[in-house]
Design a binder for this molecule. Structure first.
Ligand code: PLP
Length: 501
């Protein structure tokens, strides 16, 4: 089983083995994708789906001798790992928000791994920086984002790993801007809605504005209206109370498509409030828009109304790794004032100094993010943009939105179900009219069936106390077509009948 050892490592032989194994791996992954049509979505108990299944199959110690044949590795990938996966690329994956991918993106990722440059500074690989700058401008174009977020203005975009990192760096920029304006860092306050993603709280914790997720001394979770959108009046009240108490509103995170129900906060009203606060507040709060999932829909002109007010935001992020055909990880983050971001995150040790950076002639993306090092994620954006084009991306989003509309109509026409939130694009939120216990039993049945994968959340009860359990059906996997949603509907019907029996 051993075709070479570390002692006789011979680069010629290694390249030959890489070439053969690389072709074999592509074949294997292509077969995996082809198999997704028929595979169950989640792993079977005892065959990867029970805690410890994979651990027990893996040796406790690493091999002393290297040189194991790639055939054995690829065989184990198929035998041990693949069966223990939740198949996020399955056309019957409807959980959370999807983790989209496409072959173009996978090849871009592969190219990035193969070239393996670290584009921390422009000088450490000019193409890495310049391709990224161009791609962020291309995607700003594709999503019709305002001019102020382009590299040709005072702003610009950068690839972050995740939306959580985007929120964190936006908060750091907001904090630096406030401190530069003479505000006491201990007085800074953060605002987001009760429905915002937990990453906003986490960013406040990391940035030192909260000691833990329950610490509300400087973090305000603003209540939401009947549609689960941030209540602008409640935001205004919270900011006024803070200003009167000698605190400084510094950062507002509005969500364009919440994780629970895809609700869209009233961004124009929120931006208007920040303007109205004006000279009463020590500094204008930074407005960040978290459009992690729903932002992808902005490729379609018919959805651009969702982004009203974004032209008044300081920053925005969207995750192509959720719904725009780019494999994980890839978050696009744009700021209107790049100098504010760089001011917050730039530290230059001697060993990173170089003529191009010193002359201010280039972008050094290390100053736009938390880590120093960065791989060349722009390659996968480039591959996807060229392979699909704007038209292909629009068709991808439209297909899912149409499927979600049709599913919503089925739910509305069926007495067993009720919609528990209005649909924004491709997320359908429903429950059983019989109540939460029945909804839970239906979820359990669906999970046990393993044929489709959905996830759940809770939403506040309309006009009452307590909350309702929601079955979330996010239609956004790359391979999902009408027949897969039909299958979901059959499974849901079966599970619900069993729950109601
Ligand atoms: N923001 C929103 C609205 C989300 O829905 C999610 C995840 O689903 C996130 C942020 C976190 O995304 P990430 O994993 O990219 O940090």
């Amino acid at each position: 089983m051993h075709d070479s050892t570390t002692e006789d490592l011979n680069i010629g032989a290694e390249i030959k083995a890489f070439r053969a194994a690389g072709h074999a791996l592509v074949d294997q992954l292509a077969s995996y994708w082809a198999s997704l049509e028929t595979r169950d979505v989640s792993p079977a108990p005892g065959e990867g789906g029970t805690p410890g299944d994979v651990l027990r199959a893996l040796p406790e110690a690493p091999p002393e001798q290297g040189g194991e044949a790639y055939d054995a590795l690829l065989g184990d990938l198929d035998r041990l790992i693949t069966p223990a996966l939740l198949h996020w690329q399955s056309p019957r994956f409807f959980g959370f928000f999807p983790a989209n991918a496409s072959f173009a993106a996978i090849l871009g990722e592969f190219a990035s791994a193969g070239l393996n440059v670290n584009g921390m500074n422009w000088a450490t690989s000019p193409a890495a920086t310049e391709l990224e700058t161009r791609m962020l401008d291309w995607f700003a174009d594709l999503l019709a984002l305002p001019e102020r977020f382009r590299s040709t203005s005072e702003g610009g975009g950068v690839i972050q790993g995740t939306a959580s990192e985007a929120t964190l760096v936006a908060l750091c920029a907001a904090r630096a801007r406030a401190v530069d304006a003479g505000v006491d860092p201990a007085s800074l306050c953060v605002y987001t809605s009760e429905q915002a993603h937990s990453s906003v709280l986490k960013a406040a914790m990391i940035a030192g504005l909260a000691s833990g997720p329950e610490d509300r001394a400087r973090v305000r979770l603003i209540e939401t209206d009947a549609d689960l959108r941030m209540d602008a009046g409640a935001l205004e009240h919270a900011m006024r109370v803070d200003v009167e108490g000698g605190r400084a509103p510094a950062f507002v995170c509005a969500t364009l498509g919440t994780t629970g129900t895809e609700a869209v906060d009233p961004i124009p009203e929120i931006a208007g409030l920040l303007d109205a606060l004006g000279g009463d507040a020590p500094v204008r709060p930074w407005l960040h828009v978290d459009a992690a999932y729903t932002g992808a829909a902005l490729v379609c002109p018919e959805h651009r109304g969702l982004a009203r007010g974004v032209e008044r935001a300081d920053s925005i992020c969207i995750n192509p790794h959720k719904w725009l055909l780019v494999n994980f990880d890839c978050d696009l983050f744009w700021v209107a004032d790049r100098a504010a971001l760089v001011r917050a995150l730039s530290v230059t040790p001697e060993y990173l100094r170089n003529d191009a950076s010193d002359a201010g002639a280039v972008i050094d993306y290390r100053d736009w993010q938390v880590p120093l090092g960065r791989r060349m994620r722009a390659l996968k954006l480039w591959f996807v943009a060229r392979r699909y084009g704007a038209e292909g991306m629009r068709a991808h989003v439209r297909r899912h939105v149409e499927l979600a509309k049709a599913l919503e109509a089925r739910v509305l026409a069926d007495d067993r179900f009720e919609l528990l939130a209005s649909r924004t694009t491709s997320l359908v939120c429903l429950g059983l009219r019989a109540g939460d216990n029945a909804t839970q039993r239906a979820l359990d049945e669906l999970g046990a069936g393993r044929r489709v994968f959905v996830s759940h959340t809770r939403v506040p009860s309309v006009g009452g106390e307590g909350s309702r359990l929601v079955i979330r059906i996010a239609i956004g996997a790359t391979l999902t077509e009408a027949r897969h949603v039909d299958e979901l509907w059959e499974e849901l019907s079966r599970a619900s009948d069993a729950a109601l029996a």
